[in-house]
Structure formats: C-alpha cells, structure tokens
Design a protein around this ligand. Sequence first.
Ligand code: TXE
Length: 481
Amino acid sequence: MRIPNLIDGRITNPIGDKWLDVYAPASGHVYASLAESDSEDVEAAVVAAEKAFPGWSNTTIAERSAILMKIAAAIESNLDLLAEAESKDNGKPITLAMKVDIPRAAENFRFFAHAITQFSSESHESIGLQTINYTLRQSVGIVGCISPWNLPLYLFTWKIAPALAAGNCVIAKPSEITPVTANILGKLCLEAGLPKGVLNIINGSGAYAGQAIISHPKIKAISFTGGTKTGAQIAATAAPLFKKLSLELGGKNPNIIFADCDYDKMLKTTLRSSFSNQGQICLCGSRIFVERSIYNQFKTDLVKAVKSLKVGNPSDSSTDIGALVSLAHKDKVKSYIDLASQEGGAVLCGGESVSVPDLERGYYLSPCVIEVKSNSCRLNQEEIFGPVVTLMPFDSEEEALNLANEVPYGLSASIWTNHLKRSMRMSEKLQSGIVWVNTWMQRDLRTPFGGMKDSGVGREGGLEALRFFTEAKNICINYSE
Ligand code: TXE
C-alpha cells in the first residue's frame, strides 16, 4: 500500500519521490510506504490552500456546517474500515478503536459543525460617546495541524474540524508512524463535498514535512500535539514568524487516592487510567499517590487486577493491551523500567516483553507497576508514555498536593475522595489544566482542553478552539454628527 499526499483535491506523489516504511506494530512488519514530503510539497499545498481560501471563508455557516455533518456521517458509516486500519497502524486493541477512537473522530466533526452555528462575537457600546465597537472573528487563513501517533484519527480530527468550521484552509500532517486513517479521511472529506484545496494532507517525517509546515511564512497558525521537546522546537521556529500557536504536549499526571473514596469504582477506573491504549495517552494517570491507611490493600488489589489484563493480538476482541506503537518507543519505555532498580524502586509486576503466537516480532510489553521511593526519581519526573505506573503512599492532603505539583508537567490530575471540600481545595491548588474528581477522561467537548507548565500553551476544545482558529478584529464606529 502506498500513501501519497492530498493536495488541491488530488492524490499526489511527493515531488522528491521519497518514501518511508510504515510498520504494523502487532507483527513488526512493514506494510505500507508513506510519502516523505518536503518544502516543495508544502509549497504546493500552500498554493492550493491560498486559491481555496476566499471561497471557503465566504461559504455560509449553514453550508460549512452541513459539509462537516456529512463528514461525521461518512466516518460513522466507515467505522469498521477505519477501526481496523487504526488498530493495524497503531497496535491498539480493535475494541478500543471501535468504541473510542473512531466514534470520537465523528463526534469531533459533529460537535464543531454545531459549535460554529453558536459562535458569536461581542459588541461594546461606549455610552455617552455615540460610539459602538464590535468584534469580527475572521478566519485566520491557512493553518497547520500536526498530530501524533497515539490517538491518530481522534487527534487529527480534533484539530482539523474546528479549523475548517472557522473557515480556514488546512495543511495537516498526521504522524508518520500512524498515517493511514487520516489519509482515508481525506478521501471521505472530498466525497462529502469539501472543496478541493480546503484540506491538504502532507505526509512525512517531522524533520522534513513537519518543519516545512511550521516554518512556512504563509501558514499563520499551528496547532500541535506531541512531545514536549518537539513542542519547544516548534515554538522556537514559529515565534519569530509571529504565528499563533497552540501546543498540547506531554504529561506526568497524578492520580491521588484518598481512603474515603468509592474504592471499587476507583480501582476499576485506575486500571483504565493507567493502561488504556497501552498507557500511551497524554491524560493517563502515571503517578499514583495513595493515602497510607489503604496503601497496602490498594497495592495488592491493583497488582492482582493488572496481572489479569490480557496482552495480545490487537485484532482479538478479548485483548486488553495491544502492541506499543514502535520498536523505538518500546525500547524507550523498557529503558525506564530498567531504571527502577538503580533508583531504588521495586517492580511489582510486568515490564517484560511478551511473545504473542504468530506475532513474535510485535512490540508487546506486559503492564507494569513500580513502587518508587521518592517523587524526585526520573521514573516520577519524566514522561514514559507506556504501560507503566508508579506507586507512592502519602500521609496528608498537603503532602499529596506537593507530590502532585512537584513535576515539570501540568496536564491533568485525578482526585478520588468523597470529601467535597477537600476535592475543591485540591482542585483549586493543583497545577494542571484539567482536574477530574472521582472520574477519568470523561470529556465534554465544550470544555477548555490543554495544559500548564511543560504540558503546553493555549487551550483548544469548544469555543476556545474556534477562538484559536480565528483572528479577533475590533471595529470602532463613532456616529456623532
Ligand atoms: O512525538 P513527536 P514522538 C510524547 C511521548 C513520546 C514523546 C516523543 O512521551 O515518547 O512525546 O514522541 C511531528 N516540526 N508524546 O517523538 O516527535 C511528528 O512528525 C513539526 C506525547 O513520536 O512530538 C508527528 O506528526 N512537526 C503526545 C508529531 O510531530 C514535527 C503524543 C508528534 O511527534 C517536528 C505523542 C518538527 N520539528 C508523543 N518533529 C501527547 N501529548 O499526547 C516532529 N514533528
């Protein structure tokens, strides 16, 4: 299978005719080749987007919304095809792709199809001065959307749906590790009536295709989700070009468990928040802090539950944990597990390569729980982004708060307690963009989404995303004689 680019409504080979291998993580085999694009391909996409922009930005809200609704419906009617492609490309269990990734991609389009009809701007009357100000929120122009490999179609659509709804033309780059579903989507968008040149998909590596997008002077806004180091590099390139930037980066999220919580619900959710998608979700709760009075009980119960998770073929519906996304990523995760003994930690379960019958070269790792001695160790300070969680006890609310905040990241946090005032006090003081109380990853698409500290800059989601993908212009009219 060859995966070229989508430029100006046409499937286009990369100008340099270079191709990258795409691996199936479940088997470790190459199964596709991907366009390795560079600045010439990006230039062609920019030319197409410039041509399409006047038409698309002046398309009525009702028409834009109707096209986005058709795209949502097309994603839903291709659920099986897209879920199978996502599972094969990423290594995630097919059940997860069917239940979460693909339905959510459709929901992203449907949500922004509605949201744009409710997007309004302000007017300010300067009383006594016969002056009125009103705000126009106009499309930015050409925007760049760069997405990662962990939730490929889910995050790709999370960016392009609001960008398109707000009347922009998009140059989008899916991760070179998981490009397949984005490219199926490109075709569905054209069939749904999205005019040519409005969505251009450029494939290839971050170093060439990605860098060409972020450094192109006519691409005026960049929405990026990925690693913190890459985010810093993107900011360094984009800042002198005065681009709007939205960066959703890594996390090292605390999961804080008090003795007075609903224990069974907490345990079940903690299993999910630790290991869903092989722990490769920026919102996973990777540092678990437990009140000392229930620490030993929790440790025993968690380890027992983790040992019961089935690591296996992602296409098997009984699989809980599929393959990690790449060999390089598996090696990175493994290197952190190997650090445990050096840092005085104890591996309580998992962390070993798993050989799945007939898929011996796949990237499988058993889910791992590590008890750490201190929050300052690398295992607790650096993003591992795999099926690995750490455990530590705490004695007081204040100590839990300090442990949670003593980390460079600030994306999300979970608190488990039935003590209302404590949950509110903690929520106020936690340094993170999202706080969940007695739940995890319960997403309402109207809410602001993003992180503090090294977890990123800016917020997307709901009207925040539409604000990001528009320029606010103030018009001041004096109507005195
Ligand atoms: O992601 P990259 P990587 C974290 C996780 C992981 C680490 C590195 O800890 O181990 O990041 O992952 C594109 N200009 N997260 O290296 O490189 C790239 O092609 C423009 C957290 O695989 O950040 C891809 O499309 N684009 C995260 C996208 O950036 C560039 C999800 C993300 O890849 C570029 C993924 C450049 N110079 C990893 N360099 C989350 N927040 O959910 C790369 N890219």
